[in-house]
Design a protein around this ligand. Structure first.
Ligand SMILES: *Cc1c(COP(=O)(O)O)cnc(C)c1O
Length: 472
């Protein structure tokens, strides 16, 4: 029986922990108040562990200072940890979606560290709109007459509905009243925009006649929403965009399409189903098409709208447009990303999101084997490490039922360790590692791990593995 009170009395005082080498080192970089706060929190944790009976030994002052370091960066001055994405989900919203290429980042740095002609015309010297340059690129790429860019696609949809349909009716198929995750639900966005939702058809079947019957003098527009993150299979029917466009023309109503992800290149080249192309929707005649900048497009977070010139001007005149505008960094990254698309092969080879979609199995398997070898070298038993085929997902709401063949390193936790605990230790590491848990093992999908992260990944796994040994 341990005497908890006696143990508690042995815990070092704050000032003792502050004397340690680790704490002294920290204080050279950070104010004393912040380090002290972290030490207090670390001491609290030590006290809790003793009281709960999890610990029957008092850690040294140095050990407590080390706990304080991790507490400091997580709880006192929390910064987003850098992450190694071993989930295999390419466009992972939780992990920040698309990565930017070196070339895009170079442009970002230039614009971040220098003034740029963001909102002035260098010919006349007069004030102008900040999205006029990117508009030119978007029009060239999609064939649209006009384009604009706001903070994200949710904002784009809200802006469109408010600008074109406030106090009037918007007709949407019941099969397209989607939730994109978080709080983005089409019916709620519609309500917030001040538009009135008119649902037509059923979950699985909606016909053109359903739309036509709902049209009246209060109708503002017809909305089509891409069923990005789910599929309805079986006895189904949805109205094709071209039929909706014909109906819109007949009644002089704009047809708006929320494409969700929206792609500029055909991803079926990578062996999966095709995602709708923005330029095809424009060609078919959608009056406005909106999509995200950081999903399949592979750029920065943005909401892009392309379409009819008069409607885009209406968006620009709306007060929400000002509220939803992007900063110069977004425009710089978007410009540079769009530039890649003028040469399709360049887009596939330079844009990280597309690169990862097209990555071949042989390359991924090579990475997996390398990580497996390193793990054994770093002390994991051979039996605990395997290289296995699996499947990756595109993510970002795109192609929910499509799987890309991939290779994983599979690590079995040792006796007495739990997969969830092991995964948590990995997430708490530096860099933080995210992977999949399947069949009581940790699966590291190498499709989304960058080539220069392989060594680091193996080190992180080996460290999290050894941390379990320390506990025992
Ligand atoms: C992802 C998505 C949105 C939201 O886009 P964000 O850029 O995340 O704001 C809206 N509509 C659809 C259909 C989507 O898939």
């Amino acid at each position: 029986m341990v005497d908890k009170q006696a143990l508690l009395r042995q815990i070092p005082a704050v000032h003792e922990v502050l004397q340690t080498e680790t704490a002294q080192h920290l204080m050279r970089e950070l104010p004393r108040t912040i380090v002290t706060e972290a030490v207090r929190k670390a001491l609290d944790k030590v006290r809790q562990k003793i009281l709960s009976g999890d610990d029957s030994e008092v850690p040294s002052a140095e050990k407590i200072a080390q706990i304080a370091v991790s507490v400091l960066w997580r709880e006192v001055v929390p910064l987003m940890p850098r992450v190694i994405n071993a989930t295999g989900i390419i466009v992972h919203t939780g992990l920040g979606r698309s990565l930017l290429s070196q070339r895009v980042v170079k442009r970002l740095i230039e614009v971040a560290t220098h003034p740029c002609a963001l909102e002035v015309d260098e010919v006349t010297g007069e004030r102008s709109f900040r999205d006029l340059r990117v508009e030119k690129l978007l029009c060239l790429l999609t064939g649209a007459e006009a384009a604009t860019v706001v903070n994200n696609n949710a904002a784009a949809v809200l802006l469109i509905l408010n600008a074109l349909a406030e106090h009037r009716e918007v007709i949407v198929s019941r099969g397209e009243l989607v939730e994109i995750g978080g709080s983005f639900r089409i019916p709620e966005i519609l309500r917030k925009s001040g538009a009135v939702l008119v649902e037509v058809g059923t979950t699985n079947k909606t016909r053109l006649s359903d739309y036509e019957r709902a049209i009246n003098e209060r109708t503002a527009l017809l909305l089509k929403v891409h069923q990005s993150n789910f599929r309805i299979v079986g006895f189904t029917e949805q109205v094709q965009l071209e039929d909706l466009v014909a109906l819109g023309r007949k009644h002089n109503l704009p047809v708006v399409e929320d494409l969700g992800s929206g792609a500029f290149v055909d991803v079926s080249a990578a062996g999966i189903e095709k995602e709708p192309l923005v330029q095809e929707s424009v060609k078919v005649g959608a009056d406005l098409v909106s999509f995200s900048g950081d999903k399949l497009l592979g750029g920065p977070q943005a909401g892009i709208v392309v379409g009819r010139k008069d409607l885009i001007s209406q968006l620009r005149r709306n007060p929400l447009y000002r509220a939803f505008r992007c900063d110069k960094l977004t425009f710089a990254a978007l410009e540079a990303t769009l530039l890649c698309y003028f040469d399709e092969e360049r887009a596939w080879s330079e844009i990280p999101t597309l690169q990862q979609i097209r990555l071949n199995e042989r390359e991924i398997k090579g990475r997996a084997k390398k990580v497996a070898r390193l793990l054994v070298k770093f002390g994991l038993p051979k039996e605990a490490v395997a290289v296995q085929p699996s499947t990756s997902q595109v993510g970002g709401g795109a192609l929910p039922d499509q799987f890309l063949p991939t290779w994983c390193v599979v690590v079995k936790p040792q006796e007495g360790d739990r997969p969830d605990d092991f995964a948590q230790r990995l997430r708490l590491g530096n860099p933080s590692v995210f992977c999949r848990i399947q069949k009581d093992a940790l699966w590291f999908d190498l499709r989304t791990v960058l080539n220069d992260e392989l060594n680091e990944l193996a080190e992180c796994i080996a460290k999290a593995w050894a941390e379990n040994l320390q506990v025992r």
